[in-house]
Design a protein around this ligand. Structure first.
Ligand code: GYE
Length: 629
């Protein structure tokens, strides 16, 4: 018997042993049954699900199975933690014991399981976290919806539905709302709180179930009779509400709106089609995306992001058919050349130069015909560039917006021209999200960067008494400026022994950093303990100016910046810069993959967030030669 045959036999014996052990521990095995037998399995994915009680969790496992069944050499093993943290930890152990190559987990408690997830991730097994984001970044990839946005979308729709006259809304919620439910309620209430002509009656159910919703609506007849809309943040509660409203003979008066929008019979989308539900905010389950990215991770492909925030869509009778067709349309990338118009902020920093280079190089690799316009930090010039791209009838427009606001008009022009727009690196704040003026945002989580910088200060810069901070900010109104400040202050507010004594703008340039120090020293003696600079270039400019005034960087003042360019590492090795929070400019591959996905008809997520770390002097020597920018 040849060695290959012997190997397969050993594998079959092993697999049988594993399958027995799994059956005993409540795991199930699936994947294309034939592939294992013939030429071996290339990868095994372990799936740890929090429970199999909630509909969308069952739907997720189904979607993961469908996707792996369609893929030849992948097998998945699933485990149901039945809502028990200890069982889920045991499930993870079991799955690792079965030799999985990648773990997909939807934690039943994101805080309690964060340490276990970090342990698996640190052990070298890639981890995809679904739905409930764990704190920090100790995992490979997070995929999930933005539940607060989902609630906001439902709230905006109801406000629009009720119009100027306003009206009365009955809000259904579970007494112990799930995390998903409470985030949706938060978004929903935030929007409706802006309308004083809309009254809300809150009905708390014992359980988030169809029957509980049915009974509650029936029992609350007097309230429901006066209501215009019943809102439920899940399909299951909405179905109960629809049945009750029907049985009370109120279905021609009281409209029901919900979130979930699952595709099954009597679920959100079906109920909209039946005319029983006025609207649903539907969100992809994420199974397809999870297997897609799992294959990229297992294939060591570059450009795997850190977070994918799935896009939720408002589905009404007007767009239900079109939405269903879109959901069922096969994604096809014919590989043909795609023409992209890119409006770049400028060339204000080393980060920007690395970003531009990464995009230009990736375009060649992804068969993208790129027309890039550099705007020297002028919004007017970016408007001109976008209008040129519209005239040139490009396939996709990509913008790195110099500031967040003022884009609605030019984005509407692109939309009218039928050209989708992707936001790269920086984001915009549009007046009305439901206009869908942009398809997706690909870039960093600037708020988290700001938090990281202040956490580092909290953990590494201590002395008796309060410490004063100088904040050197990027250009006013830019999303990295506004959000890094916000994240930094979030942690600062929890640590009263630090305070911001002075803030000024350096516009992300080296010279701008020097200027801020000059301006300060014109009116003050140097009394700053810590400098938080929104990017390296300003920090390095500040360092030169400080030295010119005989102030020793890292001794008289500790300096923390963002970007983590090679120059920043050199300044850390010289013991001048104390710490650099990474903001990764090398996003060319991810961006071009997103452009091809978009043109191939894929439903694009709201946000694709890049992977980033933090470095200080302890790490600088080890990592300086590995810096790509
Ligand atoms: O931090 C800075 C550049 O938009 C994230 O812009 C980018 C920022 C980056 O000028 O160096």
């Amino acid at each position: 018997m040849g060695s290959r045959a012997k190997k397969i036999n050993i594998l079959i014996v092993l697999l049988t042993a594993v399958m027995t052990a799994m059956a005993l521990s409540g795991c199930t095995f699936s994947g294309n049954p034939d592939s294992g037998q013939q030429d071996g399995i290339s990868s095994i994915i372990g799936v740890s699900q929090a429970n199999m009680r909630e509909e969308w969790r069952v739907a997720l496992i189904d979607e993961l199975r469908q996707e792996t069944d369609a893929t030849d050499d992948i097998r998945i093993i699933t485990a149901d933690a039945t809502g028990d943290v200890d069982k889920q930890i045991q499930d993870i152990e079991n799955l690792i014991g079965y030799g999985i190559d990648l773990l997909i987990i939807s934690p039943c408690d994101e805080k309690m399981l964060a340490a276990k997830i970090k342990e698996v991730y640190d052990s070298g097994i890639p981890v995809i976290v679904m739905d409930r984001a764990v704190e920090g970044f100790d995992y490979t990839l997070y995929i999930g919806p933005d539940n607060e946005v989902i609630g906001q979308q439902a709230g905006s729709y109801i406000a629009e539905l009720l119009g100027e006259d306003g009206g009365s809304v009955v809000e259904l919620s579970g007494s112990q709302s799930s995390k998903q439910g409470s985030e949706r309620l938060l978004g929903f209430r935030k929007v409706l709180s802006e309308y004083d002509n809309i009254s809300i009656n809150r009905l708390h159910l014992g359980a988030e179930s169809k029957d509980a919703a049915y009974d509650m609506i029936k029992d609350a007849r007097t309230v429901v009779e006066r209501a215009d809309v019943v809102f439920a943040y899940s399909d299951i509660m909405a179905l109960g509400a629809c049945d009750a409203v029907r049985d009370m003979g109120l279905d021609d008066k009281v409209m029901v709106v919900d979130c979930d929008g699952f595709k099954g019979a009597d679920e959100g989308i079906d109920l909209v089609r039946q005319g029983r539900l006025k609207a649903t905010v539907s969100c992809p389950i994420g199974g397809k995306e999870a297997i897609d990215y799992a294959l990229s991770i297992l294939g060591n492909e570059s450009g795997v992001p850190k977070q994918v925030i799935l896009r939720s869509n408002l589905i009404t009778a007007d767009n239900v058919q079109e939405s269903l067709e879109k959901m069922n349309t096969a994604v096809v990338d014919d590989g043909s050349t795609i023409r992209v118009g890119y409006s770049q902020v400028g060339s204000e920093s080393n980060w920007r130069l690395a970003n531009t280079k990464s995009i230009q190089e990736a375009a060649k690799r992804f068969n993208i015909d790129l027309h890039m316009e550099i705007a020297d930090q002028s919004q007017e010039r970016q408007f001109e560039a976008i209008r040129t791209f519209i005239e040139e009838k490009v396939d996709v427009i990509v913008v790195s917006p110099v500031v967040e606001t003022g884009w609605d008009e030019v984005l509407r022009e692109a939309k009218r021209a039928g050209i989708p727009v992707i936001m790269s690196d920086r984001n915009v704040a549009v007046e009305n999200r439901e206009e869908n003026l942009t398809t997706t945002y690909l870039g960093a989580d600037f708020i988290e960067e700001g938090r990281r910088a202040m956490r580092w200060v909290r953990d590494n810069v201590q002395k008796d008494g309060r410490q004063s901070i100088m904040e050197i900010m990027g250009n006013e109104g830019a999303s990295p400026t506004e959000e890094r400040s916000k994240g930094f202050r979030e942690i600062l507010n929890e640590n009263p022994s630090y305070y911001i004594a002075y803030s000024d703008h350096g516009d992300f340039t080296y010279e701008g950093g020097r200027e801020v120090i000059r301006r300060y020293l014109e009116n003050n003696d140097w009394d700053i303990d810590i400098i938080f600079s929104h990017n390296d270039d300003m920090a390095l400019g500040a360092i030169e100016e400080l030295k010119a005034h005989g102030i020793k960087p890292d001794e008289d003042v500790r300096i923390i910046s963002v970007d983590a360019t090679k120059d920043a590492f050199e300044a850390m090795v010289r013991r001048e810069l104390s710490c650099a929070v990474e903001c990764n400019p090398i996003i060319g591959d991810q961006l071009m993959k997103a452009v091809r996905d978009l043109k191939s008809g894929k439903q694009m997520p709201f946000r694709i967030i890049t992977d980033e770390k933090i470095y200080d002097q302890d790490l600088a020597d080890d990592y300086i030669n590995k810096r790509m920018y």
